[in-house]
Design a protein around this ligand. Structure first.
Ligand code: ADP
Ligand code: NI
Length: 213
């Protein structure tokens, strides 16, 4: 099992190499660490969680071109490493259903799926979430804040992708909502703290923006 994890890690590192859309290798690494920690606390299958965490962004359309192509790549990889069919199916099901990208609402997740989804969401909030959002905004040429660009809670995928927003708006459009979607009690504890950190940051940002601090 160690060998399988090691080979999969190398595969993912190769694939993500210079990825700059917020899904670089270190995002995967953090999600893996968090998933392992949550899995332990929640009694989930650690091996399935680790594999799914490692592979969870390979099928992202920003990386694979399309979700279908990405899922095919993941499933090819699972065949290459000769995973037991049951484990391979469990991992694929997680990757296919943990994100709402692709327009479908997704099937109900297994416990392992809920764990990996929580880990991925945790990495989008807190100090790391703040950092990723500003990095992403910069890469897309968005301002960190623009009082003339309104916060829009409902944006189409196209509008979202075209970056008609700002880093600060992204907190209201997405990041502050992530806490309420957390599945497991342990992740929820971590999310509370990370959420509060973002609230504090936003408050301070606004004070400094207005020259009050
Ligand atoms: P996920 O893989 O969690 O679904 P995304 O692919 O949407 O996340 O984004 C990756 C990272 O980029 C996240 O940390 C997110 O906060 C940031 N991000 C995504 N969309 C925007 C945006 N419109 N403005 C600023 N940051 C964004
Ligand atoms: Ni991710």
């Amino acid at each position: 099992m160690k060998k399988i994890i090691q080979m999969t890690e190398e595969f993912v590192r190769r694939k993500l190499g210079n990825e700059s859309s917020g899904h670089d290798w270190y995002h995967i690494h953090r999600v893996r660490q968090l998933a392992l920690k949550i899995a332990e606390q929640e009694g989930a299958d650690v091996f399935i969680c680790e594999l799914a965490a490692l592979l969870h962004d390979i099928a992202d359309e920003k990386i694979a071109g399309s979700e279908e192509a990405g899922l095919a790549e993941v499933s090819d990889w699972l065949r290459t490493i000769k995973l037991e069919a049951q484990v391979a199916d469990a991992v694929l099901h997680i990757i296919q259903n943990m994100s709402y990208k692709g327009g479908h609402a997704g099937e109900a997740l297994s416990l392992e799926g809920r764990v990996v989804q929580d880990a991925d969401r945790l990495d989008a909030i807190g100090a790391i979430g703040i950092g990723r959002t500003f990095a992403y905004s910069g890469a897309k040429g968005q301002l960190m804040f623009d009082p003339e660009i309104p916060v829009r809670e409902e944006m189409t995928k196209e509008e979202y992708r075209n970056g008609k927003s700002t880093a600060i708006n992204h907190f209201y459009e997405k990041l502050l909502k992530l806490k309420s979607g957390i599945n497991t009690p342990y992740a929820n504890k971590l999310a509370e703290e990370r959420h509060q950190f973002m609230e504090d940051f936003l408050q301070r940002f606004s004070l400094e923006w207005e020259g009050k601090k």
